[in-house]
Write a protein that binds this ligand. Structure first.
Ligand code: ADP
Length: 720
């Protein structure tokens, strides 16, 4: 029935007849020219006509080509996108309900969702009012109603009445799916930035595939249109995943050529020993030698750094150095941009700078790589690293250590310099290093720990994880093992559904065993959350905080100092004492670490993780804001030590071993013989039972991070 749909389009679209190429925009005339100049604009009619016939479109286009802002504006006036009333069967008989009318556009990050909503409401000339509401808002039809655009991100919803275009994070749409598995409010779902392949976007794709396969239209609803958008062209797998979902949904593919000016790429000739220093030098060389603007416009600087701490340090150094420059040079203004920054502060980076004599320097994490457009940028500086969520099996910590970016990311980053005129990209690494980079990043699903991935799926309402459609499904056997392990941890009930404990565990960026410890620690029966956080922070802060002592001499040197840290209960309590003494140290922390041969970098990491975990627990109402350091040191009593260890057993009951008569330790799970690693404070000691958080195989099976426990505690931890 393509013809009747086409005919119907004529009356909902203003002056469709007047243009053979693309319908002129409705909305704020101030933006017409800019919008019509976007590479996507010329394809408007193609996009609309494809979606009249097909249910799925995969759209590839460079960042800045207009995908996120224009696609929903092209679609909302289409006939198929209007709200309809349909009869559905409910528990109380047949009922008429309104369905469809809205378009959801998902984003991996909050800042992209909110800035896009602001931008598009300005383009459309409709207010983005502060009406805070739930998922609803409903259609209402008719062009450019009172509020056309809304957004919904964690802790912040603006969905004015009449909202038709709603920007939201992937996580928020997954939440809505829990309430309404058919997404009845929506006529179209636009999945943006799919190339990032977050776990959430993979799950979302699975749900959308199920809806497409499930024939929503056949059950009194309306068909769902799905637009998948990517800034990188590597989408074969995604196209394959969505093909054959319904007779109408053989996947259409469209690639938009971006507007790209040439970008000169400069690598360093030698590896740089100090990224921070090279960064500052590069910035000020550019600032002092290059004009503030040319005929193409402003010439601002965008630097990609790894994370909040690096960005804040760089900002301080840049501002300090800038204040020493003479009055003849233009001023600089630094804008940090990272996920933990407040929304207001993030938005500042996108504002045009006031006054013609200031250079804007944006210091960003990979947020600015594809998901947002920072106007004015002609120089990019790329440190070559990013913090990605990556499972580190040995540590059981999922996140936040910087690692080299992929070639694909490096290319995206460089591309940001050539949006508005010819640009330059300075890579703070050598060309040889570039050649060694991986082609693309692995999908997060394949990088995360399987336990976490399965728990997330359960929390997202996926009951049958084995048959859920995924682009990169994990192996059956490892899924089954993970389900069993999660059940033992108390995260899943006997029937496989997620428990309250499981729901609490999902909130933590640590693997499920550690998350289980944190949940137990907050339980009044254990009540040792601060202590558990201190220990987990030390364990997950990279390599061991204690430097290895290779010579007898080295051992003698630190013996006295380390004695003060060691606890006979084992390594976990030793970590606790170390963290507490370090936090109590007010004078010279560097000296303190040197004397004890403690890795100061890892200790700083530990403090940063501790801050993150404490913040999270406070926000979730699990504890009061703890007092700031330095706090006087009070050693944990033997009773408290026992409580802490029993609490850790809630997460690690399977990682235990019992002393057998021949003097060796045999694991309670698997019955292997393990020896206590020489680096442990319990090395060479005989305890009735031990708990170990890691093991390594070298010539021997070694247990690491070992604590002395009572055998009866193991069974106790597995109960309830
Ligand atoms: P894509 O999704 O293809 O990356 P967008 O639709 O996000 O492209 O952006 C298209 C253009 O709109 C950008 O090149 C930029 O000029 C402009 N734009 C988008 N968002 C903003 C914003 N928040 N502020 C200023 N300009 C913006």
């Amino acid at each position: 029935n393509g013809a009747s749909q086409d005919a119907a389009i004529q009356d909902t679209t203003q002056s469709a007849a007047s243009s053979s190429l693309a319908t002129p925009p409705v909305g704020n005339p101030e933006y017409f020219a800019t919008r019509q100049a976007l590479p996507l604009w010329a394809r408007q009619d193609d996009i609309r006509s494809i979606l009249r016939q097909k249910d799925v479109l995969v759209l590839v286009g460079e960042t800045g080509s207009g995908k996120s802002t224009q696609v929903p504006q092209f679609l909302y006036r289409e006939k198929w996108c209007q709200r309809r009333r349909v009869k559905v069967e409910t528990d109380s008989g047949m009922q008429e309900i309104g369905v469809g009318g809205m378009i959801a556009i998902t984003q991996p990050r909050r800042v992209a969702a909110t800035t896009l909503a602001h931008r598009v409401s300005r383009e459309a000339g409709t207010p983005l009012t502060g009406q805070t509401g739930g998922g609803g808002g409903g259609g209402g039809g008719g062009p450019a109603a009172k509020g056309l655009v809304g957004y919904s991100v964690r802790f912040d919803h603006r969905v004015p009445p009449g909202t038709r275009i709603k920007y939201l994070t992937e996580g928020m749409l997954l939440q809505e799916l829990l309430r309404d598995p058919h997404l009845k409010q929506y006529s179209a779902i636009v999945v943006d930035e799919i190339h990032e392949r977050s776990v959430d976007v993979d799950l979302l794709s699975g749900f959308l595939k199920q809806i497409l396969l499930g024939d929503r239209a056949g059950r009194g609803g309306i068909p769902l249109k799905v637009v998948i958008m990517s800034a990188t062209a590597n989408v074969e797998k995604i196209r394959g995943f969505f093909s054959h979902t319904s007779p109408r949904s053989s996947v259409e593919y469209m690639q938009i050529e971006g507007r790209q000016f040439p970008v000169d790429i400069v690598h360093t000739p030698k590896p740089v020993p100090d990224i921070q220093e090279t960064l500052i030098k590069t910035i000020f060389k550019l600032h002092t030698e290059e004009a503030l603007s040319d005929k193409h416009g402003r010439k601002d600087i965008l630097a990609f750094l790894t994370g909040q701490e690096e960005i804040e340090t760089a900002q301080r150094l840049i501002e300090e150095y800038a204040s020493t420059l003479g009055p003849k040079l233009p001023k600089v203004r630094v804008f940090p941009l990272f996920g933990q920054l407040s929304m207001e502060a993030q938005h500042e980076a996108f504002q045009p700078i006031k006054g013609g004599s200031t250079r804007k320097i944006v210091l960003s994490t990979n947020i600015a790589e594809t998901s947002v457009t920072v106007p004015g940028v002609r120089y990019v500086i790329d440190c070559g690293k990013a913090k990605v969520k990556q499972f580190r099996p040995r540590l059981g910590m999922e996140s936040l250590l910087a690692k080299p970016v992929s070639k694909s990311s490096a290319i995206q980053r460089a591309g940001r310099a050539g949006r508005e005129g010819p640009g330059k990209c300075f890579r703070l690494y050598t060309e040889e290093t570039y050649e060694t980079l991986q082609k693309t990043d692995l999908p997060e699903m394949l990088r995360t720990d399987i336990l976490s991935a399965i728990l997330t799926m359960k929390a997202r309402g996926i009951d049958d994880v084995l048959s859920f459609p995924l682009m990169d499904p994990p192996e059956l056997e490892s899924v089954e093992k993970a389900l069993l392990h999660l059940h033992i941890l108390g995260a899943l009930a006997d029937d496989g559904t997620i428990t309250d404990i499981g729901r609490k565990m999902v909130q933590f960026p640590v693997t499920p065993p550690y998350a289980r410890v944190l949940v137990a620690a907050a339980d009044p029966r254990y009540d040792c959350l601060l202590e558990a956080i201190d220990i987990i922070s030390c364990i997950t802060a990279g390599e061991d905080i204690f430097l290895q002592l290779r010579t007898e001499e080295a051992r003698e040197e630190v013996e006295e100092y380390r004695k003060e840290l060691s606890r006979r209960e084992g390594d976990l309590l030793t970590y606790l004492t170390t963290m507490q003494l370090y936090a109590a140290e007010n004078a010279d922390r560097i000296r303190w670490c040197k004397d004890r041969k403690i890795n100061i970098r890892n200790m700083k990491q530990a403090i940063s993780i501790r801050k993150q975990l404490r913040g999270l627990c406070v926000r979730q109402g699990m504890m009061e804001q703890p007092a700031a350091d330095p706090q006087p040191f009070r050693p944990a009593s033997p009773e408290l030590a026992g409580v802490i260890l029993r609490c850790f057993l809630k997460g690690f009951a399977l990682k235990t071993a019992i002393l057998v008569p021949d003097g060796s330790y045999v694991t309670s799970h698997g019955k292997h013989v393990v020896a206590i690693h020489p680096a442990s404070v319990l090395h060479g000691q005989k305890k009735e039972a031990i708990m170990f958080l890691e093991y390594v195989y070298t010539q021997k099976n070694y247990a690491k991070k070992v604590s002395a426990i009572q055998a009866v505690w193991i069974a106790e931890a597995l109960q309830e």
